[in-house]
Design a protein around this ligand. Structure first.
Ligand code: PLP
Length: 391
């Protein structure tokens, strides 16, 4: 990221914290050892991995043994879904929501390609899950797994996971939560919300990229996707990425401290301030999912009449990094499936920006970004008008 850039794309990835890098460096510069080796170097690496496991588990009230390190949430999600389909062939149904991340969408497509059935639970115009539709989908004895995104990466809308778990367990179905955007941003206690499986990612909480974890509740069955040397208690083979694991552990520890210091409320206040300025400054602007419970740092905001793809380029030139709310930036006019599921048409989706803040985002950056976004919107509106006059 260029110096001076205002980074409002934290749902895509977050910068590595200096403390995380500092903890990782020794494991990349001379301190090494295979955690499976019996000699002192190996044992030291093993201790580091187990300390990190306790740190990550502690972030969500889990027991360390329930945490399996992976290469990222995509691997975690795929592992659980593949396992469920193989394990319960007499239960052909997978239930997901209509607003999942691509990792789940594609794993569900594969589920179907292998002869399974996928039921997609709709959301309302605010992105809120239709719990009655979920209840109807939970046909006794037919559903192998329910997999739901907990905090939406595009809109920030939060799934009422406690209620989802209650309904699923009452119907005898196990639940997997894609908690990538929740972990480290919202306080989680898996004793209070007893999901059976949960996926998380290191780089969304200021940890390293290419690191993730899968929580497997001690009472839930699991068979690994990757087999080999039997690492991670036989649940994920392959020599551990010790530096990455150590970094993820420290990132989890720092996130726990931030959560305890009321970090989410402060972050939500910054996001609200940003939204207020933008909504006041642009007539007709609207926030997707504004009435729903949302992640503290995410804002999906529509600027009617303004091409978001042009905005992204302009904002990038003006030192602001953010994302679009539709696939328009990949030259497609289709709205994202998330906005589409909320009833948003292609035109509005093409005018939507996703602004995602991290706990490093400052008030000053918010003020500056809001002014730049409004200025850019005015600039693009003018350009669009001139273009229309000529043609
Ligand atoms: N699930 C959600 C909600 C995400 O936002 C992401 C990443 O953007 C993923 C899953 C995949 O995570 P990873 O990049 O660690 O594989």
């Amino acid at each position: 990221m260029a110096a001076g850039m205002i980074y409002l794309d934290a749902n895509a990835t977050t910068p590595l914290l200096p403390e995380v890098l500092e903890a990782m460096l020794p494991w990349m510069q001379g301190r090494f050892g295979n955690p499976s080796s019996a000699h002192s170097g190996g044992r030291r690496a093993r201790r580091a991995v187990e300390a990190a496991r306790a740190q990550v588990a502690g972030l969500m009230g889990a027991v360390p043994e329930e945490m399996v390190f992976t290469s990222g949430a995509t691997e975690s999600i795929n592992s659980v879904l593949l396992f469920a389909q193989q394990e319960w062939p007499d239960r052909p149904v997978l239930v997901i929501s209509a607003v999942e991340h691509a990792a789940t969408v594609e794993a569900a497509t594969r589920w179907q390609a292998r002869g399974g059935e996928v039921r997609r639970i709709p959301v309302d115009s605010q992105g809120r899950l239709d719990l009655e539709a979920l209840e109807r989908a939970l046909e006794p004895g037919r559903v192998a797994l329910v997999s739901m995104i907990w905090g939406n990466n595009e809109t920030g809308v939060i799934t009422p996971m406690e209620e989802v778990v209650r309904l699923c367990h009452a119907a005898g179905t196990l639940v997997h939560a894609d908690a990538v955007q929740m972990v480290g941003k919202v306080a989680l206690d898996l004793k209070a919300v007893p999901v059976d499986y949960l996926s998380l990612s290191g780089h969304k909480m200021h940890g390293p990229q290419g690191m993730g974890a899968l929580f497997v509740s001690h009472h839930a069955p699991f068979r690994p996707l990757l087999v080999g040397g039997g690492q991670e208690g036989g649940r994920r083979s392959g020599t551990e990425n010790v530096a990455g694991i150590v970094g993820m552990g420290v990132a989890a520890e720092l996130a726990s401290a931030w959560l305890a210091e009321n970090g989410p409320a402060a972050l939500a206040a910054k996001r609200d301030r940003l939204e207020k300025t933008l909504l006041q400054g642009w007539q007709g602007a609207g926030v997707h999912g504004a009435q729903a419970e949302r992640l503290p740092g995410t804002s999906s905001i529509c600027f009617p009449g303004i091409d978001a793809a042009a905005m992204l380029i302009r904002l990038d030139q003006r030192g602001i990094a953010c994302s679009g709310g539709s696939a328009c930036h990949t030259a497609s006019l289709h709205p994202s499936h998330v906005l589409e599921a909320m009833g948003c048409d292609a035109t509005s989706a093409a005018c939507t920006l996703r602004l995602s803040l991290s706990r490093l985002t400052t008030q000053e950056e918010i003020e500056k970004a809001a002014q730049e976004i409004l200025k850019s919107a005015r600039h693009i509106a003018e350009q669009q008008q001139n273009f229309q006059k000529i043609h």
